[in-house]
Design a binder for this molecule. Sequence first.
Ligand code: HEC
Length: 172
Amino acid sequence: MKADGEIEMKTLARFKTGLVVLSFLLMMVWTVAPLWAACPQPRNTQKAPREFYSMVNPLKPTIENILEGKFLFEEKAKPLACKNCHGINGDGKGMMAAGLTPPPREFTCARTIDGVPDGQLFWIIKKGSPGTGMPSFEDHLEDTQVWQLILYVRKLAQTRIALITDIAKQNL
Ligand code: HEC
C-alpha cells in the first residue's frame, strides 16, 4: 500500500501539470485573440465640420499630458469614464460595450485610428456621435482635457516599447 504522502505528491504534481497546460492554453488564446477582431474596424462615424476636422492637437505628448489623459479615460471623465465602453486597454470591450451597436471604437487598432485626424476625434468627444452610444462630453471636459485624452487614445495602438521610447524622447 502506498503512503499517504506519496499519493498527495502525485496529486500535487498532476495539479501543477494541469496549471501549466492551462496557462499555456490561455496564453495562446490571449496571443491569437486580437487576430479575430476586425482591424481595421468598420467605421461609419459622421465627418466633423471643416473647422474642426482640420484642427491639430496643440499639446505635446509629454508624460504629464499622457498620464492626465489616462486618468480621464479610466476614472475622471464625467458623466461616464471612457473605459466603461472603450475598455481599459482601448480594445473596445468595456463592460457596457456588449449592448452597443455600432460597437465602441477600438483604439488598439492602429489601422482604424491612425488615419482619423485629431480634429475629428476632438469633435466626436465634444459632441458625441448621434444615434450611437458615444455620449457628448462638451459640458464636462475642458478643451485641454479633450486634447489630453486624444494624446492618450493614440498611444493605445502603440506597443509598450514604442510608447516608452516616445515618452523618453519627449522628456530628454
Ligand atoms: C457609453 C459608451 C461610451 C462612452 C462612455 C464613451 N464612448 Fe467613445 N464611442 C462609443 C461608441 C459606441 C462609439 C462608436 C461611434 C460611431 O461608430 O460613430 C465611440 C466612438 C468614439 C470615438 C471615435 C470617433 C471617430 O470619429 O472614429 C472616439 C475618439 C471616442 N469614442 C472617444 C471617447 C472618449 C475619449 C471617451 C471618454 C471621455 C468616450 N469615447 C466615452 C461609446 C462610448
